[in-house]
Design a protein around this ligand. Structure first.
Ligand SMILES: Nc1nc2c(ncn2[C@@H]2O[C@H](COP(=O)(O)OP(=O)(O)O)[C@@H](O)[C@H]2O)c(=O)[nH]1
Ligand SMILES: Nc1ncnc2c1ncn2[C@@H]1O[C@H](COP(=O)(O)OP(=O)(O)O)[C@@H](O)[C@H]1O
Length: 210
Protein backbone atom coordinates (compact mmCIF):
# COMPACT_ATOMS: atom_id res chain seq x y z
CA UNK A 1 0.00 0.00 0.00
CA UNK A 2 1.15 3.51 -0.79
CA UNK A 3 -0.78 6.02 1.34
CA UNK A 4 0.61 8.94 -0.66
CA UNK A 5 -0.96 7.85 -3.91
CA UNK A 6 -4.51 7.88 -5.25
CA UNK A 7 -5.78 4.42 -6.04
CA UNK A 8 -6.45 3.65 -9.71
CA UNK A 9 -8.85 1.47 -11.58
CA UNK A 10 -7.26 -0.79 -14.15
CA UNK A 11 -9.68 -2.08 -16.76
CA UNK A 12 -8.89 -5.03 -19.03
CA UNK A 13 -11.35 -5.56 -21.87
CA UNK A 14 -11.24 -7.86 -24.86
CA UNK A 15 -13.48 -9.98 -27.01
CA UNK A 16 -14.20 -13.35 -25.45
CA UNK A 17 -11.19 -15.67 -25.79
CA UNK A 18 -8.50 -13.01 -26.35
CA UNK A 19 -6.96 -13.71 -22.95
CA UNK A 20 -8.10 -11.16 -20.38
CA UNK A 21 -9.00 -13.79 -17.78
CA UNK A 22 -5.55 -15.37 -18.19
CA UNK A 23 -3.80 -11.99 -17.83
CA UNK A 24 -6.00 -11.14 -14.84
CA UNK A 25 -5.01 -14.42 -13.16
CA UNK A 26 -1.31 -13.69 -13.72
CA UNK A 27 -1.70 -10.19 -12.27
CA UNK A 28 -3.53 -11.47 -9.21
CA UNK A 29 -0.91 -14.18 -8.57
CA UNK A 30 1.78 -11.53 -8.37
CA UNK A 31 1.17 -10.47 -4.76
CA UNK A 32 3.77 -7.69 -4.91
CA UNK A 33 1.49 -5.82 -7.34
CA UNK A 34 -1.12 -5.54 -4.58
CA UNK A 35 -4.11 -5.43 -6.91
CA UNK A 36 -7.64 -6.10 -5.70
CA UNK A 37 -9.88 -7.87 -8.18
CA UNK A 38 -13.38 -6.53 -8.64
CA UNK A 39 -15.74 -9.50 -8.46
CA UNK A 40 -18.67 -8.83 -10.80
CA UNK A 41 -22.19 -10.10 -10.42
CA UNK A 42 -23.66 -11.97 -13.38
CA UNK A 43 -26.86 -13.73 -14.34
CA UNK A 44 -24.85 -16.13 -16.58
CA UNK A 45 -24.59 -19.81 -15.67
CA UNK A 46 -21.40 -20.80 -13.84
CA UNK A 47 -18.70 -22.62 -15.87
CA UNK A 48 -17.23 -25.78 -14.36
CA UNK A 49 -13.91 -23.98 -13.79
CA UNK A 50 -15.53 -21.12 -11.89
CA UNK A 51 -16.12 -20.64 -8.17
CA UNK A 52 -19.04 -18.53 -6.93
CA UNK A 53 -17.74 -15.46 -5.10
CA UNK A 54 -14.26 -15.71 -6.64
CA UNK A 55 -14.68 -15.44 -10.41
CA UNK A 56 -18.17 -13.96 -10.29
CA UNK A 57 -21.05 -13.75 -7.89
CA UNK A 58 -23.72 -15.71 -9.76
CA UNK A 59 -27.12 -14.18 -9.12
CA UNK A 60 -30.70 -14.47 -10.34
CA UNK A 61 -32.07 -11.94 -12.82
CA UNK A 62 -34.40 -10.52 -10.14
CA UNK A 63 -31.49 -9.78 -7.81
CA UNK A 64 -29.57 -8.17 -10.69
CA UNK A 65 -32.52 -5.88 -11.46
CA UNK A 66 -32.82 -4.99 -7.76
CA UNK A 67 -29.12 -4.05 -7.55
CA UNK A 68 -29.46 -1.87 -10.64
CA UNK A 69 -32.57 -0.13 -9.30
CA UNK A 70 -31.03 0.54 -5.88
CA UNK A 71 -27.80 2.01 -7.23
CA UNK A 72 -25.66 -0.87 -5.91
CA UNK A 73 -23.74 -1.13 -9.20
CA UNK A 74 -20.98 1.19 -10.40
CA UNK A 75 -21.77 0.06 -13.94
CA UNK A 76 -23.68 -2.71 -15.65
CA UNK A 77 -24.27 -4.12 -19.12
CA UNK A 78 -26.00 -6.85 -21.04
CA UNK A 79 -23.36 -9.03 -22.72
CA UNK A 80 -24.25 -12.05 -24.90
CA UNK A 81 -27.74 -12.07 -23.36
CA UNK A 82 -26.69 -12.00 -19.70
CA UNK A 83 -26.54 -9.23 -17.14
CA UNK A 84 -23.13 -8.25 -15.73
CA UNK A 85 -22.33 -5.55 -13.18
CA UNK A 86 -19.69 -4.17 -10.82
CA UNK A 87 -20.75 -3.80 -7.16
CA UNK A 88 -20.00 -0.24 -6.06
CA UNK A 89 -19.21 -0.63 -2.34
CA UNK A 90 -15.92 -2.61 -2.68
CA UNK A 91 -14.62 -0.12 -5.26
CA UNK A 92 -15.16 2.82 -2.92
CA UNK A 93 -13.47 0.97 -0.05
CA UNK A 94 -10.37 0.00 -2.07
CA UNK A 95 -9.87 3.41 -3.68
CA UNK A 96 -10.24 5.14 -0.29
CA UNK A 97 -7.23 3.10 0.90
CA UNK A 98 -5.14 4.38 -2.02
CA UNK A 99 -4.99 0.89 -3.49
CA UNK A 100 -5.56 -0.24 -7.08
CA UNK A 101 -8.42 -2.32 -8.38
CA UNK A 102 -8.52 -4.56 -11.43
CA UNK A 103 -11.69 -4.82 -13.54
CA UNK A 104 -12.41 -7.44 -16.21
CA UNK A 105 -15.38 -5.75 -17.85
CA UNK A 106 -16.64 -5.13 -21.38
CA UNK A 107 -16.47 -1.90 -23.44
CA UNK A 108 -19.92 -0.74 -22.29
CA UNK A 109 -18.88 -1.01 -18.65
CA UNK A 110 -15.49 0.58 -19.35
CA UNK A 111 -17.23 3.61 -20.89
CA UNK A 112 -19.48 4.01 -17.82
CA UNK A 113 -16.55 3.74 -15.40
CA UNK A 114 -14.47 6.26 -17.38
CA UNK A 115 -17.48 8.60 -17.32
CA UNK A 116 -17.94 8.27 -13.53
CA UNK A 117 -14.34 8.07 -12.32
CA UNK A 118 -12.37 9.94 -15.02
CA UNK A 119 -8.67 10.27 -14.30
CA UNK A 120 -8.62 7.39 -11.82
CA UNK A 121 -9.24 4.97 -14.70
CA UNK A 122 -6.61 3.25 -16.85
CA UNK A 123 -8.08 1.08 -19.58
CA UNK A 124 -6.39 -1.57 -21.70
CA UNK A 125 -7.88 -3.36 -24.70
CA UNK A 126 -6.54 -6.84 -25.45
CA UNK A 127 -6.68 -7.94 -29.09
CA UNK A 128 -6.29 -11.51 -30.38
CA UNK A 129 -3.55 -12.02 -33.02
CA UNK A 130 -6.19 -13.24 -35.55
CA UNK A 131 -9.82 -14.37 -35.74
CA UNK A 132 -8.60 -17.90 -36.51
CA UNK A 133 -6.57 -17.95 -33.30
CA UNK A 134 -9.51 -16.45 -31.36
CA UNK A 135 -11.73 -19.31 -32.50
CA UNK A 136 -9.01 -21.84 -31.66
CA UNK A 137 -8.69 -20.42 -28.13
CA UNK A 138 -12.43 -20.53 -27.51
CA UNK A 139 -12.52 -24.14 -28.73
CA UNK A 140 -9.45 -25.08 -26.68
CA UNK A 141 -10.94 -23.55 -23.55
CA UNK A 142 -13.82 -26.00 -24.06
CA UNK A 143 -16.16 -24.20 -21.68
CA UNK A 144 -18.79 -23.02 -24.15
CA UNK A 145 -21.13 -24.86 -26.52
CA UNK A 146 -20.62 -24.57 -30.30
CA UNK A 147 -23.57 -22.16 -30.51
CA UNK A 148 -22.17 -19.97 -27.72
CA UNK A 149 -18.76 -19.90 -29.44
CA UNK A 150 -20.36 -18.77 -32.70
CA UNK A 151 -22.28 -16.06 -30.83
CA UNK A 152 -19.10 -14.85 -29.14
CA UNK A 153 -17.11 -14.79 -32.39
CA UNK A 154 -19.84 -12.76 -34.07
CA UNK A 155 -19.92 -10.33 -31.12
CA UNK A 156 -16.09 -10.16 -31.16
CA UNK A 157 -16.07 -8.33 -34.51
CA UNK A 158 -18.19 -5.53 -33.03
CA UNK A 159 -16.35 -5.43 -29.69
CA UNK A 160 -12.95 -5.14 -31.37
CA UNK A 161 -14.10 -1.93 -33.08
CA UNK A 162 -14.17 -0.26 -29.64
CA UNK A 163 -10.37 -0.39 -29.23
CA UNK A 164 -9.89 3.32 -29.91
CA UNK A 165 -11.78 4.30 -26.77
CA UNK A 166 -9.08 2.75 -24.54
CA UNK A 167 -5.86 4.24 -23.22
CA UNK A 168 -3.70 1.26 -24.25
CA UNK A 169 -3.91 -1.64 -26.67
CA UNK A 170 -2.07 -4.96 -26.46
CA UNK A 171 -2.02 -7.79 -29.00
CA UNK A 172 -1.98 -11.04 -27.03
CA UNK A 173 0.06 -13.25 -29.35
CA UNK A 174 2.87 -14.27 -27.00
CA UNK A 175 1.39 -14.46 -23.50
CA UNK A 176 4.58 -13.62 -21.59
CA UNK A 177 5.22 -10.56 -23.73
CA UNK A 178 1.61 -9.41 -23.40
CA UNK A 179 1.91 -9.80 -19.62
CA UNK A 180 5.12 -7.76 -19.57
CA UNK A 181 3.30 -5.03 -21.50
CA UNK A 182 0.57 -4.91 -18.85
CA UNK A 183 3.22 -4.69 -16.11
CA UNK A 184 4.91 -1.80 -17.93
CA UNK A 185 1.61 0.09 -18.16
CA UNK A 186 0.94 -0.40 -14.43
CA UNK A 187 4.45 0.69 -13.48
CA UNK A 188 4.25 3.87 -15.56
CA UNK A 189 0.71 4.76 -14.49
CA UNK A 190 1.68 4.39 -10.82
CA UNK A 191 4.31 7.10 -11.30
CA UNK A 192 1.98 9.64 -12.95
CA UNK A 193 2.46 13.02 -11.27
CA UNK A 194 -1.23 13.59 -10.71
CA UNK A 195 -1.51 10.27 -8.88
CA UNK A 196 1.52 10.69 -6.60
CA UNK A 197 1.58 14.43 -6.00
CA UNK A 198 -0.04 14.35 -2.56
CA UNK A 199 2.63 11.95 -1.31
CA UNK A 200 5.58 13.40 -3.20
CA UNK A 201 4.96 17.11 -2.43
CA UNK A 202 6.17 16.88 1.22
CA UNK A 203 9.20 14.85 0.05
CA UNK A 204 10.13 17.51 -2.49
CA UNK A 205 9.59 20.22 0.12
CA UNK A 206 12.16 18.53 2.41
CA UNK A 207 14.48 17.85 -0.53
CA UNK A 208 14.58 21.50 -1.53
CA UNK A 209 14.31 23.25 1.82
CA UNK A 210 16.05 20.73 4.05
N1 LIG B 1 -19.91 -4.27 -18.12
C1 LIG B 1 -19.49 -5.37 -17.51
N2 LIG B 1 -18.95 -6.37 -18.23
C2 LIG B 1 -18.51 -7.46 -17.56
C3 LIG B 1 -18.55 -7.56 -16.15
N3 LIG B 1 -18.02 -8.76 -15.80
C4 LIG B 1 -17.65 -9.35 -16.94
N4 LIG B 1 -17.92 -8.59 -18.01
C5 LIG B 1 -17.67 -8.84 -19.43
O1 LIG B 1 -18.62 -9.74 -19.94
C6 LIG B 1 -18.05 -10.44 -21.05
C7 LIG B 1 -18.32 -11.92 -20.92
O2 LIG B 1 -17.58 -12.44 -19.83
P1 LIG B 1 -17.57 -13.98 -19.51
O3 LIG B 1 -18.98 -14.49 -19.49
O4 LIG B 1 -16.75 -14.20 -18.29
O5 LIG B 1 -16.90 -14.62 -20.78
P2 LIG B 1 -15.39 -14.58 -21.35
O6 LIG B 1 -15.10 -13.17 -21.77
O7 LIG B 1 -15.46 -15.52 -22.49
O8 LIG B 1 -14.47 -15.06 -20.25
C8 LIG B 1 -16.56 -10.08 -21.06
O9 LIG B 1 -16.37 -9.07 -22.07
C9 LIG B 1 -16.33 -9.50 -19.69
O10 LIG B 1 -15.27 -8.55 -19.69
C10 LIG B 1 -19.11 -6.47 -15.42
O11 LIG B 1 -19.21 -6.45 -14.20
N5 LIG B 1 -19.55 -5.41 -16.15
N1 LIG C 1 -1.16 -15.70 -25.64
C1 LIG C 1 -1.87 -16.83 -25.64
N2 LIG C 1 -1.48 -17.85 -26.41
C2 LIG C 1 -2.19 -19.01 -26.44
N3 LIG C 1 -3.30 -19.26 -25.71
C3 LIG C 1 -3.73 -18.28 -24.91
C4 LIG C 1 -3.05 -17.01 -24.81
N4 LIG C 1 -3.72 -16.25 -23.94
C5 LIG C 1 -4.78 -16.98 -23.49
N5 LIG C 1 -4.80 -18.21 -24.07
C6 LIG C 1 -5.78 -19.30 -23.89
O1 LIG C 1 -6.95 -18.92 -24.62
C7 LIG C 1 -8.15 -19.31 -23.94
C8 LIG C 1 -9.01 -18.06 -23.69
O2 LIG C 1 -8.36 -17.21 -22.76
P1 LIG C 1 -9.14 -16.48 -21.59
O3 LIG C 1 -8.12 -15.83 -20.73
O4 LIG C 1 -10.15 -17.38 -20.96
O5 LIG C 1 -9.91 -15.35 -22.47
P2 LIG C 1 -11.04 -14.28 -22.11
O6 LIG C 1 -11.06 -14.11 -20.63
O7 LIG C 1 -10.59 -13.03 -22.81
O8 LIG C 1 -12.31 -14.83 -22.65
C9 LIG C 1 -7.70 -19.98 -22.64
O9 LIG C 1 -7.75 -21.37 -22.83
C10 LIG C 1 -6.25 -19.49 -22.46
O10 LIG C 1 -5.47 -20.43 -21.78
Amino acid sequence: MNPGRRGMILILSSPSGAGKTTLTRMLMQDKALDLTLSVSVTTRTRRSSEVDGIHYRFIERREFERMKAEGDLLEWAEVHGNGYGTPLAPVEAVLAQGRDMLFDIDWQGAAQVRERLGDDVVSIFVLPPSMTELRARLERRAEDSAITIEKRLEAARHEIERWRNYHYVIVNDDLQRAYRDVLAIIAAERLKVRRVQAGVAPFVERLVHG
